[in-house]
Design a protein around this ligand. Structure first.
Ligand SMILES: [Fe+2]
Length: 201
């Protein structure tokens, strides 16, 4: 990006995506987990009404992700709340060639994904779409290069032991067919309680 002569500041960004690295990315056996096909994608998931993080085998990952959530809420968004809870957590398994259409998560404030098995060079990256609200005709100005102010789509690599946290309303997915064998991720949603009175918005 060219250097501006002025002081450039992003104004009202769509949200913060924060990447965390698990220092002990141990493998978790998935034996006995039941997987169901996802409509409109080449990926299968464990049931969404099941919180896999409550299972003992995911204990160390649950502790790591709770630490990430607390950092995200306290140090990135600086929310005031009494308590947070990871209310849903499920495992997604994409075979070679699998993909996940763009979507967002409801009934959730913060969402995240943790890669149980992914290869930064081969596995499909996590893609986010810029939120758009077009209620008027719009003008599309071609750009010489993408900047954070003009990009409509951004991709982050998926790799074993990485977690990304993001606001639940952000559209995301991995639309390009994944390569290099199975891509296995654990997705989760977070809700808050004690977030204050509605007239204090
Ligand atoms: Fe998702």
């Amino acid at each position: 990006m060219n250097q501006s002569k002025g002081e450039v500041r992003p104004i009202f960004p769509a949200g913060a995506v924060v990447r965390y690295q698990n220092p002990v990315a141990t493998e978790v056996p998935l034996d006995g987990l039941e997987f169901f096909p996802n409509l409109g994608s080449g990926t299968e998931s464990t049931s969404q009404d099941r919180n896999v993080l409550r299972e003992q085998r995911f204990g160390p990952i649950a502790a790591f992700l709770e630490d990430c959530v607390q950092d995200y809420l306290d140090n990135v968004y600086c929310y005031r709340y009494e308590r947070f809870e990871i209310v849903h957590a499920w495992v997604n398994r994409a075979p070679e060639g699998g993909y996940q259409r763009m979507h967002y998560h409801g009934n959730s404030v913060v969402s995240g994904v943790y890669y149980l098995k992914a290869d930064a060079k081969l596995s499909a990256p996590l893609i986010f779409d810029k939120p758009e609200l077009n209620t008027q005709p719009y003008i599309a100005i071609a750009t010489r290069e993408q900047t954070i102010f003009t990009a409509n789509r951004i991709a982050y690599p998926s790799a074993t032991g990485l977690a990304y946290l993001f606001p639940s309303q952000l559209r995301h997915g991995y639309e390009m067919p994944t390569k290099g064998g199975q891509r296995i991720s654990l997705a989760f949603n977070v809700m808050l309680t004690g977030i204050g009175l509605f007239y204090k918005l």
